[in-house]
Design a protein. Structure first.
Length: 421
């Protein structure tokens, strides 16, 4: 039996002689099968355990050969969802994932990178069922330091969709690190892609009411998460200790600070008067519950959405730290020229009257100017942000220095007392 180095070189010859970008999948398989027949019985021992049935043919494919077969069959790869190849490609991809680490080591870093890229394409094209995959063997981030940010992001999203949180955090965090290192603009393409990609698979059955889902399914675990953060606030240092929702120690401190400020703090009375929320959401309907949401969006695994629930009926929620500083900067640029003095109506005292104590200016941009942020609002709330029958598209308010400020509710209907849900 020849040594493994010889067989690796022969495998490279197979790639050069048989796999052509212009071939169909069937043509590549036929040529590969013909060339593989030249192996001696002793050589075939090298491929033991690596037999893959593809398009009705049994091929002794190692991981490298299999990935190259996928990569170089460009015709179906470009067409994407070619129905004739769907089952075969899905089977091969899953099989290669099982064997990626344990049964073959790529001889060169470049080949590892190529294989990861092809697998990323497979993940993107097909909703692969991972029930049969040996998840413990899947991908260690440190092995793939030669990949770019897009690869790490694609894999992190893939792991997140399949609730493989440890791998998801490591890969997404690596993507973020590479982006920060190579491009100072925090609104780079990778971040735009993160915000536009939603995680659609969930293990729980959702109610038709998005507010109910947000309250019931998320707040149940807030106490456990809070205690976990509090107990481990000084121990979260290395990736091996990371909670699925935390990627850095300073982020853990920010989350703790958020909970400590928000948690169980009812709004105080102001100048002896009952606060608006205390009077409107009194009794059992008034709650204050703070939790982190990592659902719906892959980036939230790294930077969880901070959600503050104020009331159940009507359901009033505050989302904290929604926009990045770069997005806020752009928002200021196109709203500053159209700001107008707000008309403020007070609810204190006898009846309603204009309130001169609060000084603010408001702009309601055109929908087409803020489509990106409207889409985010729809993602967070489950409401249509493009029509006023569900929610005001986007209101931007500037609060300058001076005046007297209170907790308040904004409304655009004729009855200012009515809360717009």
């Amino acid at each position: 039996m020849r040594d493994q180095a010889f067989l690796v070189r022969k495998e490279q010859q197979i790639l050069k002689r048989t796999l052509k970008y212009t071939n169909t999948l069937e043509e590549n398989i036929s040529e590969m099968k013909s060339y593989l027949s030249e192996y001696s019985p002793e050589d075939n021992a090298y491929f033991e355990g690596n037999v893959t049935t593809l398009m009705g043919e049994k091929l002794p494919l190692t991981s490298l050969l299999g990935f190259k077969l996928l990569q170089r069959t460009s015709k179906w790869l470009q067409l994407g969802f070619h129905s004739a190849y769907h089952s075969a490609v899905q089977t091969l991809t899953l099989d290669l994932m099982r064997r990626f680490h344990s049964q073959f080591e790529f001889p060169k870093k470049r080949e590892t990178t190529d294989a990861m890229h092809v697998l990323s394409q497979m993940i993107t094209m097909y909703e692969l069922d991972l029930d049969d995959v040996e998840r413990g063997r899947i991908l260690d981030v440190e092995t793939y330091s030669g990949l770019n940010a897009e690869h790490f992001y694609e894999f992190g999203t893939f792991f997140l969709k399949n609730r493989m949180f440890s791998s998801a955090v490591n890969f997404l965090d690596k993507a973020r690190t590479l982006v920060a290192k190579n491009q100072e603009d925090e609104d780079s393409a990778i971040y735009e892609n993160m915000y536009k990609t939603a995680v659609n698979k969930h293990d729980i059955s959702f109610d038709t009411d998005p507010a109910h889902n947000l309250y019931v399914f998320e707040h149940r675990i807030s106490d456990a998460r809070y205690m976990s953060y509090k107990q481990r606030r000084k121990t979260i240092r290395t990736p091996s200790n990371l909670d699925p929702l935390i990627s850095e120690d300073h982020q853990s401190a920010q989350i703790l600070e958020y909970f400590e400020i928000c948690r169980e703090k009812h709004f105080p009375k102001i100048d002896g008067r009952d606060n608006f929320f205390n009077t409107s959401f009194s009794g059992k309907n008034f709650i204050q519950k703070c939790f982190l949401s990592s659902k719906l969006h892959p980036f939230w695994v790294l930077n969880p959405m901070k959600v503050e629930v104020l009331a159940k009926d009507p359901f009033v929620v505050i989302y904290h730290d929604v926009l990045t500083s770069g997005q806020i900067r752009r928002m200021k640029e196109f709203t500053t020229p159209v700001l107008q003095r707000s008309e403020v109506i007070t609810t204190y005292g006898a009846g309603q009257s204009p309130d001169g104590s609060r000084i603010s200016s408001t702009a309601v941009p055109e929908v087409e100017d803020v489509a990106f942020w409207n889409q985010k609002a729809e993602l967070y709330t489950g409401l249509k942000a493009m029509a006023l029958d569900d929610a005001e598209a986007l209101q931007i308010t500037s609060y300058p220095n001076g005046g007297f400020f209170t907790v308040h509710s904004d409304a655009f209907l004729s009855n200012a007392d009515e809360i717009v849900r």
